[in-house]
Write a protein that binds this ligand. Structure first.
Ligand code: BGC
Length: 354
């Protein structure tokens, strides 16, 4: 609740960070609606979007929905009433915005779907995201590489975890990973002792790491008393962090019983440290500053009546139409390059990840 309406606190935070953000007094042109702030990435995304909009002289209103779909709808309604020209939305529930976006469409407000695709609405104009299928491919490929599966090694045991079913991205991540892992499951080089496969069985409601950890704490004693679990497909860092805690509690991470291969996504600070400590195998770095820049350029073009630049016009059908998209490239990072990639690009200062 404290952060329900964070515009001014974030402005203060920006100033404290020395980003040079200036409170815009003029008409708010862009409403920015972020889903939650428990995964640090969304806090950074919000700040980066405001900073980039400020660079193109667009005043913005940033609000966080505390992972509540109804709260997000109410916040978007407020932005529509304020007379914004563009909405930038990272949906809590990609299927619940149809009605509110109809109201936006009626007022000729342009809608940019941010990172997560908004489904079942004709009132989505553009989509700015990463190549989400490729995120999953990279996670799967990391497991293949670490277990040396291409050389025929195995059998190894694996369990699959996926993101939230109300997030379209979760399906892309899972499908991308499975496109790489499935052949090894079929050849029995990878064995899922629980037999749990498919989004209906392995997704994690609300991307809530505690839920994933609870599932792991059932799986380990039930299926892994005879064999150790060698690998876990984890869709993001929030979930990976909780799984790591679960594994440590179950006695993994000691000599004779090393941590399994654990993937991730977001390169958040705790995960980056876990990769450097050797507890998490890898993560996917998505430069959200770039995503914010692309989004601000889209908003600026739309306000000027120009067509934003896109690089994909076929992949993302939201159930009503294909949304013209700009896809950025995700990068896999592990202990061999994580410091170099994140610090050299200025994403983190060296002391933040020590
Ligand atoms: C984002 C991920 C994030 C997840 C949970 C996804 O839609 O693409 O970066 O980890 O949501 O917040």
């Amino acid at each position: 609740m404290l952060f329900q309406k964070v515009r001014f606190s974030l402005v203060a935070a920006c100033l404290a960070l020395g980003s040079g953000f200036v409170t815009a007094q003029e008409q708010v042109a862009v409403g920015v609606s972020m889903p939650e702030f428990s995964n640090m990435r969304w806090v950074n995304d919000g700040l980066s979007i405001m900073r980039e909009l400020n660079k193109v002289n667009l005043a913005s209103d940033l609000q966080y929905a505390s992972a509540g779909a109804d709260m997000q709808i109410a916040q978007i309604e407020g932005m529509i009433k304020k007379g914004v020209k563009v909405l930038v939305i990272a949906a809590v529930d990609g299927k619940k915005l149809t009605e509110v976006l109809k109201k936006a469409g009626d007022k000729k407000i342009k809608v940019i779907s941010y990172d997560r695709l908004i489904r079942d609405s004709a009132n989505v104009d553009y989509y700015a995201t990463f190549d989400n299928f490729d995120v999953g491919v990279k996670q799967g490929a990391d497991i293949v590489k670490r277990l040396d599966l291409a050389a025929g090694k195995g059998p190894f045991r694996i369990e699959l975890f996926a993101g939230s079913q109300d997030d379209n991205n979760a399906f892309f991540f899972y499908d991308g990973a499975m496109s790489v892992l499935k052949p090894y499951i079929d050849k029995k080089q990878l064995i899922i002792e629980s037999g749990q496969e498919g989004m209906n069985n392995v997704s994690t409601k609300g991307w809530n790491g505690a839920i994933a950890k609870a599932r792991l704490s059932v799986l380990l004693p039930k299926y892994y008393s005879k064999h150790r679990l060698d690998a876990v497909l984890s869709p993001n860092d929030g979930i990976a962090g909780e799984l790591i805690n679960g594994f440590v509690k179950a006695g993994y991470g000691q000599s004779g019983n090393p941590m399994p291969v654990i993937t991730g996504q977001d390169a958040d600070i705790p995960a980056t440290k876990a990769v450097l400590r050797g507890q998490q195998s890898s993560t996917i770095f998505k430069d959200t500053r770039e995503l914010a820049r692309v989004t601000a350029q889209m908003a600026d073009a739309l306000i000027q009546g120009k067509a934003p630049t896109v690089n994909d016009s076929k992949t993302y059908n939201n159930g009503v139409k294909v949304i013209p998209s700009f896809l950025l490239k995700p990068v896999l990072v592990d202990a061999s390059n994580i410091k170099q990639v994140l610090v050299n690009s200025g994403f983190y200062r060296a002391e933040q990840i020590q």
